[in-house]
Design a protein around this ligand. Structure first.
Ligand SMILES: [Zn+2]
Ligand SMILES: [Zn+2]
Length: 251
């Protein structure tokens, strides 16, 4: 037993820990917060899903569709800056709770199990060698100081090994503070909150293909705005990868 495992086991005996979702006692510190049952039950995104926004096609399961295709909403979009979005899971169950703990309750060690979900998905669905840059969605420096870390950077660092040709690039910056998008209700309010909030500092990106890393994609407004800034800095194409996609019925 490695020393860190032994320390975790000892701590668990002295101070039992329980699944944050079902209150079952955790016997190992797999991810330290959720039992394996709750973790496994949280819905992963599987084929068929939209080849642009990444959301599962509701009702398509069981019809033998193995090939992904764009949803009606994406087919109607006029030249979005984001080429495609990959989401490993639905924002639901233990995974949603884990993301909230991770970023709002100062639990950076949840980056590891959340990144593992992205890695599983990437191995199945993503052409990993095609990306030259992994770019975390930046926080405004004030918020990052309050939180102590940028959750997207921790995720990007944790999955970097799956992308043999990609470098971590942090030249994308949030140049003005914004409010939390998911707390705004109106479409117009969300758009003006985030418009022009990002810029690439330093050299341009020379036609490189970017994979933008975020924890949760909801309406896609933030990643779209990031992608515009990356394309202005001459990125070749911008795709997005998130732990979870929210804002749709996952049932
Ligand atoms: Zn549980
Ligand atoms: Zn779509």
């Amino acid at each position: 037993m490695a020393l860190t495992d032994w320390m975790a086991a000892t701590r668990n005996l002295a101070l039992p820990i329980f699944c944050k979702l079902c209150d079952r006692r955790l016997l190992t510190e797999d991810n330290g917060f959720f039992c394996p049952e709750c973790w496994e039950r949280s819905p992963r995104i599987e084929r068929p899903f939209c080849s642009m926004c990444g959301r599962p096609h509701r009702g398509a399961a069981g019809f033998g569709f193995q090939t992904n295709f764009p949803c009606a909403e994406c087919r109607a979009k006029k030249s979005p800056a984001v080429r495609r979005v990959f989401g490993a899971a639905s924002y639901d169950g233990a995974i949603a709770e884990a993301i909230k703990l991770f970023k709002f309750h100062d639990k950076p060690r949840l980056a590891r199990p959340l990144a593992a979900l992205m890695e599983e998905f990437a191995a199945r669905e993503v052409d990993c060698p095609s990306y030259a840059l992994l770019v975390p969605v930046p926080l405004h420096p004030v918020r990052e100081r309050e939180r102590g870390f940028n959750q997207s950077r921790l995720l990007a660092q944790a999955i970097q090994q799956c992308f043999p040709n990609a470098q971590l690039d942090e030249s994308l910056r949030r140049i003005r503070p914004t409010r939390v998008q998911s707390r705004l209700t109106g479409e117009r309010e969300r758009r003006s909150n985030i418009a022009g909030a990002f810029a690439v500092m330093g050299d341009d990106l020379n036609g490189k293909t970017v994979l933008l890393i975020d924890d949760v994609v909801t309406t896609g407004g933030t990643v779209e705005e990031c992608a515009k800034a990356l394309l202005r800095a001459k990125a070749g194409a911008v795709d997005v990868m998130a732990v979870a996609l929210a804002g749709y019925a996952s049932g």
